[in-house]
Structure formats: structure tokens, C-alpha cells
Write a protein that binds this ligand. Structure first.
Ligand code: FES
Ligand SMILES: [Fe+2]
Length: 328
């Protein structure tokens, strides 16, 4: 049950080069590669003959040849060649072709109805390219459902415990912060304000903010900063992106990139703290549905819950409009 008519991040643009790159997205294996022109394309990775993964095949110009019996597929997904049987290709032999757009150093894929794929709907994370000091793009495979990963990002109260020795040090007054959750169109913002506090990196008392803004399906912008107590805060502080894309029902892809000063911690907070905890939580769910387990709802996870409700609503609306279309 995924939202389909939306843009998911399939990969960092730099991950896809001349070779055949594959990644499972929403349960489906997708092949990504670049045409000779440099344009990145995405097609289904499962050969329709005996289901060999096409990424084990080879490039033939802008086409891809299956490594098992040699069928050749064009970048539009259609089978255009058969080196055997006198060259005969059975009619309608094809793999899926997906709409793919490269923007802000990311490859955005549309896995829903291609007729309504609108590039104007690609979330705008262009601020990262405007920032001189950007860190390198990060990717992490997460052994948990993308909604658990989203909860983790939208409920930063965990920083006090899980990240006590790392990220938590940047926001020592987080537990006393005031949380405000708002929705604007389809976006959900969880904004935490910590007033008149002391930070190791500031001389006098400051007001610190930590805002997370979510946009469907799993694009989150973090904005963190501080001003001297009582001063008006600027439009934004240091920003970072955190993007999750479902891989399967139980695993996800996590793309992140921080803008501004990167900090070295005793260990990596994402790969050594968040991911292992998420994997353990997922395992403890024993394959049960999140709501069926009747999770305790805390005031601090209001942002995460609002996101879950918003996403559920968008999925329901999409499915209702799909079934309207298919009614006799
Ligand atoms: S499995 Fe691909 S050509 Fe046979
Ligand atoms: Fe975390």
C-alpha cells in the first residue's frame, strides 16, 4: 500500500553512471543507467523471458542485453532484438519504463501513472546546491519500513537518549523544547523551539529552533539554528535533507545530505545509532501492522503521527480515485 502518483528518490545522480545500476523500489526491482547522451533512464529489471535480472546483462549502445538468453531491450523498455530464433521477438515483449528526472543531484522516479507525472511536483531541495559548504551525499540501507524511518525523523525527541553522545549534544535543551505541529497543504511541520538556553557553541543565552518539514512520500527538510535570546530568527538556519524511499515492506533507502558545518562525533549517529535501533524496532513488530499493535502515542511524536495520518489519507484518496476510474 504505497502512494504511487508521486516522486520518489531512486538514487543520487552520482550513483548511476555508465554501468547497469539496480535498486528495489516499492517492492519492484528497477534498472537505472545513462544513455550515451548522459540522460538517466529507468526500466524494469526483470527480463520477461525467465525473469533474469537485467543488471547482470550488458549495455549494447543505449539498449540492454539480458545476460541469460540475450534478449535486447531499448531504453523505452520494449524488446527490440533476439540474437536467436532467427531474430524473432514475441509481440508485446517488454519491461516497464518509468519516468525519471534528474534534479538537485538526485534521480526522482515516478512509479505511478506516467500520464500524470508532473516534474513541477518534484520536491524543491535546491537550497543544497546554493550552499557553498555541502557535505557529500549520504546513503544508508535501513532494515525497517520507510514509515518507521520517517517517524524517526519527525520525532526528534529520541536525540536526547539514542544520540546522547552525538547529535543530542547539539540540542541539549531538546526535552524542554516547545513542539508545534502544523500542516500546510500536504506538508507537515514539526517545529521545536528552545528558549533562553545555553549552547556550548554560543557565548550568551539563545533561542534555538529545530524544524522538520515533511512532504510526501518521504522528503524531509531539517532546519536548525539559534539567535541571541529574544531576537527575530532569520528565514532559515542550517538545512539538511533526509529522504526515505521504500525498498520492501520491511526495508528502506535513506538518502541524506547536510548543508553547513559537518561535525565529527564519537560514532556515526545514522548508521550506528538510528539504523540499528530502527532494525530492532522493525524486528520486534513481528510483521504486524503499526496501528494493529496499538502504539502508545506521546505528545512528542505529534509530528510523526500527523505525517502518518496525512500519508494514509493521500494513499486512500489515490486508491479511491483509481477505483472510480475502473468502475463500469
Ligand atoms: S531470461 Fe532474459 S533472455 Fe531469457
Ligand atoms: Fe536519529
Amino acid at each position: 500500500m504505497y502512494l504511487r502518483n508521486c516522486w520518489y528518490v531512486a538514487a543520487w545522480a552520482a550513483e548511476v553512471g555508465d554501468g547497469l545500476f539496480h535498486r528495489r523500489l516499492l517492492g519492484t526491482s528497477v534498472l537505472l543507467y545513462r544513455l550515451q547522451s548522459g540522460e538517466a533512464v529507468a526500466i524494469g529489471n526483470r527480463c520477461p523471458h525467465r525473469f533474469a535480472p537485467l543488471h547482470l546483462g550488458s549495455r549494447v549502445g543505449d539498449a540492454v542485453q539480458c545476460g541469460y538468453h540475450g534478449l535486447i531491450f531499448g531504453s523505452d523498455g520494449r524488446c527490440i532484438g533476439n540474437p536467436q530464433s532467427g531474430g524473432q521477438v514475441p509481440p508485446n515483449t517488454a519491461v516497464a519504463r518509468y519516468v525519471l528526472k534528474e534534479r538537485h543531484e538526485l534521480l526522482w522516479i515516478w512509479l505511478g501513472d506516467p500520464a500524470i507525472a508532473d516534474p513541477a511536483m518534484i520536491p524543491n531541495v535546491g537550497f543544497l546546491s546554493d550552499t557553498a559548504a555541502t557535505t557529500t551525499p549520504g546513503y544508508l540501507h535501513v532494515r525497517a519500513d520507510y514509515q518507521l524511518a520517517t517517524d524517526n525523523l519527525m520525532d526528534l525527541s529520541h536525540a536526547v537518549f539514542l544520540h546522547a553522545e552525538t547529535l543530542g549534544r547539539l540540542t541539549p535543551a531538546l526535552a524542554q523544547g516547545e513542539l508545534k505541529v502544523t500542516r500546510e497543504n500536504d506538508r507537515v511541520r514539526a517545529a521545536i523551539t528552545m528558549r533562553d538556553i545555553h549552547l556550548p557553541i554560543a557565548a550568551g543565552p539563545v533561542d534555538q529552533w529545530l524544524d522538520m518539514t515533511w512532504q510526501a512520500p518521504g522528503v524531509i527538510v531539517l532546519d536548525i539554528g539559534h539567535v541571541a535570546t529574544g531576537l527575530v530568527r532569520p528565514d532559515h538556519g542550517r538545512r539538511a535533507i533526509h529522504i526515505v524511499t521504500p525498498e520492501t515492506a520491511l526495508t528502506s533507502h535513506y538518502f541524506f545530505r547536510n548543508a553547513g558545518d559537518g561535525r565529527a562525533f564519537v560514532r556515526d549517529p545514522f548508521s550506528e545509532e538510528d539504523e540499528p535501533m530502527l532494525a530492532q524496532c522493525q524486528a520486534m513488530m513481528d510483521g504486524e501492522d503499526f496501528w494493529a499493535l496499538r502504539p502508545a502515542i506521546l505528545p512528542s511524536d505529534a509530528g510523526a503521527i500527523r505525517v502518518r495520518r496525512q500519508l494514509d489519507k493521500m494513499i486512500r484518496d489515490e486508491q479511491a480515485s483509481d477505483s472510480e476510474l475502473t468502475l463500469p
